[in-house]
Design a protein around this ligand. Structure first.
Ligand SMILES: C[S@@+](CC[C@H](N)C(=O)[O-])C[C@H]1O[C@@H](n2cnc3c(N)ncnc32)[C@H](O)[C@@H]1O
Length: 324
């Protein structure tokens, strides 16, 4: 009898403790590693923060593959939008330095000009007031965000990390960046607030949503590809425009169709409604968290995602919150 690819995947998966479903999800994420951020999405998000946060700061793009530069000329088509944005706005933002890495992954969209070489590239203003570009290929450096040299730079030099890290390694990336104690502004999956791997960061107020969602990335052929991304940060959000989507009101005023009780009698509330007079835990989707519910007197009370069952049937995952 012929073995199907799925069965083969199952065998391999079994050996490394993963189910075939886990493997499929992993493969899916790896595919998204090669999606790139559009310049306009960066241009839309960054100006929303207080301009002072960038002044005299060292910015690190540590998952950007990064800049195609020769003799001081940038090939924009082969440069990550993050690197390009900071290069174009270096003086306007008052940056001190930009450091970008090049990771030699399987697809090298941006850096064909550098022959897939692993490198670090830095931009800073020289003594003559002109931008000074320096490119190095340190011996043994992999360009990975968790390479000892990347971690040393992060610890010793960097003020702000800004990138769209690989989806397949987002869990490790979040752990690394939060532990570093540095400021960050990064893109990740829109549903992280209901994912057990990330819920503790939202619960402990170490990460919150940035301003915008990301609906499109570019694939390696530079074609538009649907996306479900969002900005996440630990920079203050002063006036979150998305508060207006939250509908906080007494329970009995919430339309019935947005309220359910699951088999364990937990209240499920949809469509960004939140009861203002309910003191027990209730379950919500990621959307109200992204719209700032945790800044309006509610806290996450369980580190694991909440999976409701209604009449024994599994419903979509949520997170448990409670009025403080
Ligand atoms: C989702 S893409 C985003 C690329 C770029 N930051 C952007 O926003 O357009 C993730 C990038 O991370 C790179 N990458 C994968 N594993 C990495 C690692 N361990 N360290 C650093 N970069 C990595 C991939 O090659 C890919 O370029």
């Amino acid at each position: 009898m012929k073995t199907t690819a799925m069965e083969k995947a199952g065998e391999t998966a079994g050996k490394c403790g993963l189910s075939p479903k886990d493997l499929m999800q992993k493969a899916h994420k790896i595919k998204y590693d090669e999606f790139y951020t559009r310049y306009e999405d960066i241009e839309k998000e960054i100006p929303l923060y207080d301009k002072e946060i960038w002044k005299d700061k060292v910015v690190f793009c540590n998952c950007d593959d990064a800049v195609d530069e020769k003799d001081g000329k940038i090939n924009e088509n082969r440069t990550s939008a993050f690197a390009l944005f900071f290069i174009n706005n270096f003086k306007t933002l008052g940056l001190k330095k930009l450091i970008c890495t090049h990771y030699s992954g399987p697809v090298d969209l941006f850096s064909a000009g550098s022959d897939g070489q692993v490198y670090l590239i830095t931009y800073e203003v020289g003594k003559d007031g002109k931008i000074k570009i320096e490119k190095q290929s340190p011996k043994g450096y992999t360009g990975s965000f968790d390479d000892p040299l990347s971690l040393k730079i992060l610890k010793e030099e960097v003020d702000i990390v800004c990138t769209n890290p690989p989806f397949s390694r987002a869990i490790e990336y979040w752990k690394m960046v939060v532990k570093s104690g540095k400021k960050f502004l990064i893109i990740s999956n829109i549903s992280n607030a209901i994912n057990t791997a990330y819920i503790p960061y939202f619960k402990d107020n170490e990460v919150w949503a940035g301003y915008n969602r990301i609906d499109y990335f570019l694939n390696p052929k530079k074609q538009l590809a649907d996306a479900s991304g969002h900005w996440y940060t630990n920079f203050p959000i002063t006036d979150r425009p998305k508060y207006k989507h939250l509908k906080i009101m007494p329970l009995k005023e919430i339309p019935e169709k947005y309220i359910k009780y699951d088999d364990s009698k937990t209240l499920l509330v949809d469509d960004c409604y939140a009861p203002s007079n309910y003191n027990k835990p209730f379950a919500v989707s990621a959307r109200p968290i992204l719209n700032g519910l945790l800044e309006k007197g509610y806290s996450i009370i369980q580190e694991k995602r909440y999976t409701p069952y209604i009449n024994g049937e599994e419903k979509f995952a949520r997170v448990l919150v409670q009025k403080v």
